[in-house]
Design a protein around this ligand. Structure first.
Ligand code: BT5
Length: 245
């Protein structure tokens, strides 16, 4: 089983940036940095990740010997382990949303950020960050309609350290199974939003694509069928569910 080395700090810029630096310096697989607060937490494309005290913010270093094309499976593993932890500690069961969110009551509970370093199509290392809203609230902030925290759902504060421990325990088990050849795809795709729904896909530098999300490939690409019947493979982007259609 993977030996996690966990470092806990009060406040950092971004757990992701620190672990990335340590990875470049040769840190071993299993290094985890957990912070109580981030001053420069980030999402994909350098978007801001709101990281006030009360949330769970962590990044971990993995070095599996896999092709780069399989790296999406690491995002799936982390999402599934975060769902396991929410179930164990808070008794709720968030849904994964393609490509990297966890949703509860259709709002964003958590985000996963996977950053890769590779060489000749092989993965050198992956830094995977998880931001999970636990006791922080969004009552009157800019994210009040888009984000949600476990506390808002269960109505009482939860133990962030216990959530982190449950997450790492679940991840260790799922990662072991992954290294032994079990793909996380089926478990992840099972309740995946927005499968079956009409969506608008935004991809960098491309016009919006409207269609139906009909599937997700084994490697993690979303399949969206447009109104002409053409199926598009989406590897990266943002998906909005068109509620009214
Ligand atoms: C993500 O990006 O969802 C990945 C977030 C990863 C954060 C973790 S925290 C630990 C580690 N260290 C870091 O610096 N980062 C990682 P993306 O899909 O790009 O979503 C970003 C968008 O989510 C923002 O533009 C906001 O709209 C929204 N958002 C920001 N903070 C949020 C929060 N606390 N809860 C819910 N939504 C949030």
């Amino acid at each position: 089983m993977i030996p996690f080395i966990v470092i806990r700090l009060h406040r950092v810029t971004s757990t992701q940036s620190w672990v990335k630096d340590w990875a470049e310096m040769g840190a071993r697989e299993g290094l985890v940095l957990i912070a109580r607060e981030q001053t420069a937490g980030r999402g994909r494309l350098d978007r801001r990740w709101e990281s006030p005290p009360g949330g769970l913010y962590l990044s971990l270093l993995l070095r599996p010997a896999i092709p780069l094309a399989q790296a999406n499976h690491l995002t799936m593993l982390v999402s599934l382990a975060a769902i396991d932890a929410c179930q164990a500690i808070a008794g709720v069961h968030p849904r994964p949303k393609w490509p990297n969110d966890l949703l509860l009551h259709n709002r964003k509970l958590a985000g996963v950020l996977t950053e890769l370093a590779g060489e000749h199509n092989r993965l050198r290392f992956a830094i995977i960050g998880l931001g999970l809203n636990v006791n922080n609230t969004f009552a009157d902030g800019a994210l009040s309609h888009a984000a949600i925290s476990l506390r808002e759902v269960v109505g009482k504060p939860l133990d962030v350290d216990a959530l982190a421990d449950a997450f790492l325990t679940a991840l260790a088990q799922r990662y072991d199974a992954f290294l032994a050849g079990t793909s996380p795809h089926a478990a992840w795709a099972q309740r995946l939003e927005p499968l079956g729904r009409r969506v608008r896909v935004m991809q960098r530098g491309q016009p919006p694509l409207v269609g139906r999300a009909i599937g997700v490939t084994a490697a993690g690409a979303l399949q969206v069928q447009d109104d002409m019947g053409v199926v598009h493979l989406i590897w990266a982007g943002d998906v909005a569910i068109l509620q009214s259609e």
